[in-house]
Design a protein around this ligand. Structure first.
Ligand code: FSX
Ligand code: SF4
Ligand code: F3S
Length: 387
C-alpha cells in the first residue's frame, strides 16, 4: 500500500476510535507524561522510535503518537495463568518509568490480578462484568501457560475454583484481539518443559481463535506495547511468521542484529567465560549462544530502561523466544549439539564448524562466509508463511 493511502487508512481508523468514550475521563496521556517528568518532546521522540520499530516511515510519527493517546479507548483484560509474572514485571516494575510503562498506566486495564485492588469474589465479578460489558471490544492479554485436559486442576483461580483453562477459554470467546504475552503463554515455556507434569499448553491450544504470540521470557516492554499500538493503528492482525509472532519484532535472528557479529565473522570466540576473548567482547557462540537460532529484536530494544541485554551483559542468548527452548536449546552454556543441525561440512555440525574456526583451519573470511552459510541452513520460520 502506498504511504499516503496507508496514512489515510490509519487516520480514519483512529478517527473511529476517538469517537469511543474515554474509559477514564480524568486521565490524559499529556498529563501522565508530564507528571512523570517527561516533556512533550520526549514523548514525540518515543513515538518516533515506535514508528521506526513498527516499520512505518518517519512521517507517520504523529499518527503513532495519536494511537498512543487513544490507547485508553480499548479495554484490556489481562489474565495470569501458570507463570512467574516476569512479563508484567518487565513492563511495570522499572525503577524509573519509561514511556512504554506509562502507556500501561494509561490504558484501561479492566482486569489484571497483580495490579487491581479487588480480591476474592469481587475480583471474579469484575472479570465477568468486564467480559460482558466490553463484549467483542476488549483486548485479551494472557500471561502464562495453561494446565489443560485432565490436569487442568493444577491451576484454579478464585473462590469458585474455576480452572485457568476455563477462564482463558471464556475470555477468548468474546475478545476483539488476543495476545499471548511471554513464551509461557505463546509456547508453553518452562511449565510445558519435559516432562510437563501439569500438561501445560500454549494459549493457542486452548482457544480456536487467532492468537498473536509475543514471546520472550520475558518479552521486552517495547514488543508488548508495540503489539498493542499496532492493533490500535490497524485494527487487524500484523504480518505474522509461522509461529504467529509479529514479523516487525521477530523477523530477524538475534545473530543478524548482534553487536558481536563482527567477531563471529572473523572467527574470534570466547572459549571460556572470563578469558581474554570475553574481556575483548568476542562472540559467545562457543559458550552456548543460541542467537543464530533465535528470532527476536533484543539488541535493538534491550531491557531495564534500554540499559542492556543478555549478550551485551556477556552471556549468550538462551533462545527464550523460541518454542520449546527449555528442551531444545540446552545446555545453555554449550553450543547446540550436532543432533539438531546438519551442515555444509558433510554433517559435521555447526559446533564442528566453530571448532575449525577456533583452530584456524580456514582463513577468517572464508570461515565467516561458511559459518554464515551453516547458520542460514537453519530453518527460517519467517519464510514459511506470508500474510
Ligand atoms: Fe513465562 Fe511470563 Fe517467563 Fe515469567 O508470562 S515467559 S516464566 S518471564 O512471567 O510467563
Ligand atoms: Fe552474537 Fe551469539 Fe551470533 Fe555470536 S553467536 S554473533 S554472540 S548472536
Ligand atoms: Fe531471550 Fe535471547 Fe533475547 S535469551 S532475551 S531472545 S537475547
Amino acid at each position: 500500500m502506498k504511504d499516503t493511502n496507508l496514512l489515510k487508512k490509519l487516520s480514519s481508523r483512529l478517527d473511529e476510535l476517538s469517537k469511543l468514550p474515554k474509559l477514564d475521563d480524568k486521565k490524559s496521556i499529556a498529563k501522565i507524561v508530564d507528571q512523570k517528568g517527561f516533556s512533550r518532546r520526549d514523548f514525540m521522540k518515543w513515538a518516533g522510535a515506535m514508528t521506526a520499530m513498527l516499520m512505518l516511515p518517519a512521517s507517520f510519527t504523529p499518527v503513532v503518537a495519536r494511537a498512543a493517546e487513544l490507547s485508553d479507548r480499548l479495554p484490556i483484560i489481562w489474565l495470569h495463568m501458570a507463570e512467574c509474572t516476569g512479563c508484567s514485571e518487565s513492563l511495570l516494575r522499572t525503577d524509573a518509568p519509561t514511556i512504554d510503562s506509562l502507556i500501561f498506566d494509561y490504558i484501561s486495564l479492566e482486569y489484571h490480578e497483580t495490579l487491581m485492588a479487588a480480591a476474592g469474589w469481587q475480583a471474579e465479578e469484575n472479570l465477568e462484568h468486564a467480559i460482558e460489558k466490553y463484549k467483542n471490544r476488549y483486548i485479551l492479554m494472557v500471561e502464562g501457560a495453561i494446565p489443560s485436559g485432565e490436569e487442568n486442576f493444577y491451576l484454579t483461580i478464585g473462590a469458585h475454583g474455576q480452572t485457568g483453562e476455563a477462564s482463558a477459554k471464556k475470555a477468548s470467546e468474546n475478545a476483539a484481539a488476543i495476545f499471548a504475552i511471554g513464551t509461557c503463554s505463546a509456547f508453553g515455556g518452562v511449565q510445558a518443559a519435559n516432562p510437563n507434569p501439569t500438561n501445560s499448553q500454549p494459549l493457542s491450544k486452548v482457544t480456536n481463535k487467532t492468537v498473536i504470540n509475543v514471546p520472550g521470557c520475558p518479552p521486552s516492554e517495547k514488543n508488548i506495547v508495540g503489539t498493542l499500538l499496532h492493533f490500535i493503528l490497524y485494527g487487524t492482525l500484523p504480518a505474522l511468521d509461522a509461529y504467529n509472532r509479529p514479523k516487525w519484532a521477530y523477523g530477524l535472528r538475534i545473530h543478524d542484529l548482534c553487536e558481536r557479529r563482527g567477531h563471529f565473522d572473523a572467527g574470534e570466540f570466547v572459549e571460556n567465560f572470563g578469558d581474554e576473548g570475553a574481556k575483548k567482547g568476542y562472540c559467545l557462540y562457543k559458550v552456548g549462544c543460541k542467537g543464530p537460532y533465535t528470532f527476536n529484536n533484543c539488541s535493538k530494544n534491550k531491557f531495564n530502561q534500554h540499559m542492556s541485554w543478555p549478550i551485551q551483559a556477556g552471556h549468550g542468548c538462551i533462545g527464550c523466544s523460541e518454542p520449546d527452548f527449555w528442551d531444545t536449546m540446552g545446555p545453555f552454556e554449550e553450543p547446540v549439539a550436532d543432533k539438531l543441525y546438519n551442515t555444509v561440512f558433510g554433517g559435521a555440525g555447526a559446533d564442528a564448524t566453530a571448532d575449525k574456526i577456533g583452530v584456524g583451519i580456514l582463513t577468517a573470511t572464508a570461515v565467516g562466509i561458511a559459518a554464515h552459510a551453516v547458520i542460514s541452513k537453519v530453518k527460517n520460520p519467517q519464510e514459511d508463511e506470508e500474510h
